[in-house]
Design a protein. Structure first.
Length: 234
């Protein structure tokens, strides 16, 4: 399961791009500013976008992607399917694809052949996208949110999404063979209170969470804000 990290930062600065992962060459997992590093041909190959939640650092690239590829995808191809929780899709309709912030690409270039199609999922659902099976995992954030597990015979690639300490996640992961875990840590320990209010992790909380992880899994820390690397990687 080739997975390319397009962005893994908590915000932007030179060399820092927000969350986006490319699975194979046709599935985006989140659509932050890292999407902008793809060529036009690479953008045009994307058929599915999976969103963990509605916050801007995870969706910002999607409206621009739709505009970029509208003219270079053949009319015979189906729309790009945006998979997300119902609440996330409602937020996109109300606040992004509303004609004021951005055109409604679920109705463009025509209502019969739009460039985007919104498809709801639920936590616990397993999506079958071609040969790929992707499970929707629970997350705890300030808005409805999820993580994802790309299931594989040799172990699963797990992305927590944005989350506070989350017992339900570890209950599920206990029965999965986790090969790689991508887990957020957005604040240093000196900002533990802010991490709690914003429902993110800090290093001390991360350490407690990782005590529940099976041995042998590779762990990657994501969502570190520019300038905070030393504060998080203590």
């Amino acid at each position: 399961m080739p997975i390319r990290v397009l962005g893994c930062s908590g915000s932007i600065a030179a060399g820092c791009r927000t969350t986006a992962f490319l699975l194979d060459d046709d599935i985006l997992i989140d659509a932050g500013t890292g999407v902008g590093d793809l060529t036009l041909d690479e953008l045009a190959r994307i058929d599915h976008i999976l969103l963990s939640h509605s916050h801007l650092d995870h969706v910002l690239g999607m409206p621009l992607l739709a505009d970029s590829v509208m003219r270079c995808r053949s009319a015979e191809r189906p729309p790009i399917t945006v998979h997300a929780l119902p609440a996330t899709l409602d937020t996109l309709r109300l606040h992004i694809f509303n004609g004021a912030i951005w055109p409604d690409f679920t109705r463009l270039p025509t209502t019969d052949q739009p460039i985007l199609r919104l498809q709801a999922f639920q936590t616990g659902e397993v999506l079958q996208l071609g040969a790929r099976r992707i499970e929707v995992l629970p997350a705890l954030h300030t808005v409805p949110a999820v993580g994802f597990a790309v299931l594989g015979d040799r172990g699963s690639w797990v992305f927590t999404g944005d989350t506070a300490p989350n017992p339900a996640l570890w209950q599920r992961l206990a029965s999965l063979q986790v090969a790689s875990l991508v887990i957020e840590t957005a604040f240093g320990n000196d900002e533990a209170q802010l991490a709690g209010v914003s429902r993110h992790l800090h290093p001390a909380a991360l350490g407690r969470e990782l005590q529940q992880l099976q041995q042998g899994a590779e762990v990657y820390i994501t969502h570190i804000k520019p300038g905070d690397l030393d504060a998080v990687m203590v």
